[in-house]
Ligand binder design. Sequence first.
Ligand code: C2E
Ligand code: CA
Length: 684
Amino acid sequence: MQQNAYRNLFNIAPALLCVAALDGTFLRVNPAFARFLGVPAEDLVGRPFADFIHPDDQPATDGAMQRLRQSEGITGFSNRYQGADGDYRWLRWHASSDGTHIHAAAQDITENTRKNEELDHLRTHDPLTGLVNRAGLEARLAAHLDTAADGQVGMALYLVDLRTFRDVNEAYGFAEGDRVLCTLAERLKHCAGEDALVARLSGDVFAVAAPDSPKRRTVQDCAAKLLRCVEEPLHTGAGDPVRLSARVGADWGVLPYRSADSLITNAQAALNRIKRDGEVIGTHQQQSNNTARGRSLMLAALYAATAEKEFQLAYQPQVQLSTGRMIGAEVLLRWQRDGTPVPPNAFIPLLEESGLMLPVGRWIIETVCQQWRAWNRAGHAPARLSVNLAPAQVRDPELINHLKQCLEDARMPASALQFEITENVFLSKIDQHLETMRQLRDLGAGLALDDFGTGYSSLSYLRHFPVDTIKIDQSFVQQVTSSPGEAAITRAIISMAEALELKVVAEGVETAAQIGFLRQHGCDIVQGYYFDRPLTAQELERKLINPQVRSSPDPEELGAQGTLLIVDDEEGVRNALRRLLRRDGYRLLLAANAEEAFELMALNQVDVVLSDQRMPGTSGTKLLSALRHMYPDTVRMVISGYTDVTSVTEAVNSGAIYKFISKPWDDEQLRGYIAEAFLMHRQN
Ligand code: C2E
Ligand code: CA
């Protein structure tokens, strides 16, 4: 009877199910799996899975099979199978073995993977010009280095900073400004030549990376050439040619002895200097001896501090929004040099470069375990302490033994610890690092991928990492309420984490608006100054003894139905609209400019937005295009007395706005349009 029931389940389940032999051949597959592969179930018996697996995924699959043969289960392993249509599709596996057979279930996660690829593109490209952005530039330079014959490349990096671009926007409007930037991007590519890479780093800063073994002279010539190329009049087709001017800051060096990041930073320093001095071309001056001497003095002080264990630890609470309770804390290293705190970003890189991170890292683990022990004895240990693990620590063959010893000494369960690792750990020796991570997981410790979104590794790798949590980097979090790009990335990270059954923590949360956005999009755990700065052990202990329930912005408000946001810079118009619409029973929010609108959108669940077209600093269609990306479910309308036909048509055609209403409006007609917009929102 029971066997019949299982057989029925096996036959009707939409999941892809199979029973396999330990040598990697199918013994039975369910109809869903046979359909997926496009081969009758009976013909699959005895066939190796290798016939269907993407050749690149074979080694990882062999590794998974090896673990199954040792009777370990696998959860969340992914590889590509060739489906009935001939295309490879990503499958995510859960499997176990009883020593003779493997029982496995898979789910098709291809769509999700495509989303990852789109997200990768979003993260590394400027949507306007299609050029790479800073992350894309750094990644390309790293890839370029990988293919260089002798593992090194001379590289000159130029930052082209437009001086008068704001005037172009003001004089000709944003649409023309966008066209100018696109034309300039093409021109810079042409001028820099085929071997060079052109990037757009921010609104009016482009970068050109040219592989070369340059000398100061050629760098200056090249900078002058770029400058001339910017200064040529630009014809975009509309009216008079636009004239731009720029400054160029440059630096050069040989990768990998210099990082892409340091070339950009130094070129920026050169730019800052020439801005101050009123010049237009500058190269980075070699760092003065002072700085080199400063570093070696700091290093000497760090050696002494390591020997004397003169570091401290700070603890920053992590708060669960749904309950308002602290669920753990991140441990952060602190160092005071002669009584003055030194920022971690100033001394931790030096610890890493010098190899001191290993002993300091051990001290951190010992101290955290002993601190937990003291709190536990006093009856109020935190549920989880999250410790940053530097790449050198992950590589340390003694890491696991040392950790076990510390846990034992403190009688601390490994589950009270989580380790935070950055993606950079996976740039090399992936297998060795994965093994260490598995061992940490086997012990029972949690694993989080830190600074998520800033690294270079492909997101599709995420499925291979045995992590249970991802931390969204603060650079995204801090812009979620003002930048559509950052908001889109953050939403995509949250939904991807959900699909992969990972927890997600947002770090660097500073404002109520950020909390509103994060909660609205399903991120429940946050860490940041909004709730707490990093605390001393004593300060954290006080919070453990007296747990508070933290209130975040009112959830009732965020979930209210029928909310209309009105954006208009004229107070008279805002008031007139408020009076007109008050009796229709909507909850009305009023914003005087785009910034206020972003803030209110983040804090509230807004259904319909009605925006004026002409406002200082931006246009209604621009604002609504941004909102369309950040809050696709809203219904958006423009109200204006002035019609710029091109931009309105573009906005309507691209789906950014649903309706255009002209000023002065007819009261009854406007109420009708708004009622219709709410209806439309409910039907969406
Ligand atoms: P991280 O791991 O991304 O740590 C979070 C950083 O953000 C901390 O900076 C924290 O103080 C800061 N932060 C937290 N909330 C906010 C906020 O609301 N706004 C802003 N602006 N910042 C916030 P901190 O302590 O300076 O540490 C900097 C970095 O140094 C860390 O970045 C981590 O990469 C490294 N680090 C710190 N402690 C350790 C450690 O014990 N071991 C290792 N390997 N690295 C550490
Ligand atoms: Ca961290």
